[in-house]
Design a protein around this ligand. Structure first.
Ligand SMILES: *[C@@H]1O[C@H](CO)[C@@H](O)[C@H](O)[C@H]1NC(C)=O
Ligand SMILES: *[C@@H]1O[C@H](CO)[C@@H](O)[C@H](O)[C@H]1NC(C)=O
Ligand SMILES: *[C@@H]1O[C@H](CO)[C@@H](O)[C@H](O)[C@H]1NC(C)=O
Ligand SMILES: *[C@@H]1O[C@H](CO)[C@@H](O)[C@H](O)[C@H]1NC(C)=O
Length: 367
């Protein structure tokens, strides 16, 4: 009896593992590719990822249709075949919107059933004609109760249309994800939780941009995992999403492959939350991880990893840079696994330094 039970358990084990990620929930180890970065799609090491996001398609405000800029059409339409040549299993999603896309256009589109339909139908035909496996919405951000309600209607109708399209055509369902704010509310305005839970395969939690010289007069950990006494951390955000009713296995934690550089007021006051007079290195202070490693190689700054907040920083004279290095990425991947989240995603592949952070994440996941 006992032996039979053991054998049964042994053979059930793989199925139990699959069951944990049921409802199509295969783990997500993802990254965005940003067309604006001019990073060649053919150089992406797709073996390090399960999913790649092609960013960004645009919303045409006249027609409410999803379009791809003519400068991007060649790279977008060949994106899937290009990244699949190194990893035939990688899934691709066409991402719509982005931080530079005016949120008012999404609010207007989502406010009417007829414009939502144009948006949804055009997104599906575009995804199919370009051979993507799914769609991703990056509306930054619906910011009033009305806009959140419209957002919920959009997601619900999008889900219905995707299911219908798959049934009618017999093709596998397109995936549907969205990049959302770090917390389940946008400055007290709650996201449409039920529509999100029922309509999206998962959400990308943008757990970064917490501090930057453009909006913070002190240095800070731009993507702290913990930040005691505040509501500004990856852990606070993830817990807010779970408490509001989104299951942990629908959450992917965002990793920034970039940091922010400040100018210190006093080079001897060079810790976290030190007074700053503004940005350094670039006009907005945003610097890719690749640029940060080059700065370190050229200038030999002091490098610090603070394991309490889970953030790296380095400083030399009056230049101070906060970012995620390998220690932060490692700690965050362990957090993702310990909390049984669906996975992680990075913004963006072209900002990494010779795949250092992507490999750290992938290897930590596998270990
Ligand atoms: C269902 O999908 C088919 C194929 O994409 C489409 O022609 C049809 O309009 C859809 N029906 C609804 C109700 O969305
Ligand atoms: C890490 O940062 C926190 C928050 O600023 C601070 O209280 C703590 O002393 C730092 N830890 C180390 C080891 O510097
Ligand atoms: C730091 O200051 C020294 C001496 O003024 C200067 O030579 C060096 O270029 C500075 N480095 C940086 C990164 O600002
Ligand atoms: C990039 O990484 C690979 C393997 O990790 C290494 O062999 C190669 O030298 C690195 N290239 C540069 C330019 O650092």
């Amino acid at each position: 009896m006992a032996a039979k039970l053991l054998i049964l358990l042994f053979f059930s084990f793989p199925f139990l593992l699959q069951f944990r990620f049921s409802a199509g929930q295969t783990p997500v180890r993802a990254a965005y590719w940003a067309a604006d970065s001019q990073y060649p799609v053919s150089s992406i090491d797709s073996t390090l990822f399960t999913h790649l996001f092609c960013a960004f398609a645009d919303l045409n405000t006249q027609t409410n249709r999803v379009t791809v800029a003519s400068a991007n059409q060649a790279r977008f339409s060949s994106f899937t075949s290009t990244v699949q040549s190194k990893n035939p299993n990688v899934k691709t999603l066409l991402s719509i919107g982005g931080g530079n896309s005016p949120p008012a256009a999404f609010a207007a589109m989502a406010s009417q059933a007829s414009s939502r339909k144009s948006f949804i139908d055009s997104s599906i035909s575009l995804a199919r004609s370009y051979n993507f496996h799914g769609l991703d919405l990056d509306w930054e951000y619906p910011s009033s109760q009305t806009e959140m309600t419209s957002f919920g209607s959009l997601l619900t109708e999008w889900r219905t249309a995707l299911n219908n399209e798959s049934t009618v055509t017999g093709k596998p369902k397109l995936l549907l994800s969205a990049a959302l704010f770090r917390n389940s509310d946008y400055y007290t305005v709650l996201y449409p939780i039920t529509a999100i839970r029922n309509s999206l395969d998962w959400i990308n939690v943008m757990a970064y941009d917490f501090y930057g010289p453009g909006w913070s007069t002190v240095t800070g950990p731009p993507a702290a995992l913990y930040n005691p006494g505040t509501q500004v951390s990856g852990d606070y955000g993830i817990r807010s999403w779970i408490q509001s009713g989104i299951p942990a296995n629908k959450l992917a934690l965002g990793f920034p492959f970039y940091g922010y550089a400040w100018t210190l007021v006093n080079p001897n006051n060079n810790g976290l939350f030190a007074p700053s007079s503004g940005a350094a290195i670039t006009p907005q202070g945003d610097v890719s991880y690749g640029q940060i490693r080059a700065f370190i190689a050229q200038n030999g700054p002091s490098e610090v990893y603070n394991a309490t907040v889970v953030s790296n920083y380095c400083y030399k004279n009056t230049t101070w840079i906060g970012y995620d290095d390998t220690q932060s990425i490692k700690a965050k991947v362990i957090y993702v696994k310990q909390n049984a989240l669906l996975g992680y995603f990075a913004w963006h592949v072209g900002a990494d330094d010779n795949w250092t952070l992507s490999k750290t994440a992938s290897q930590t996941w596998g270990s």
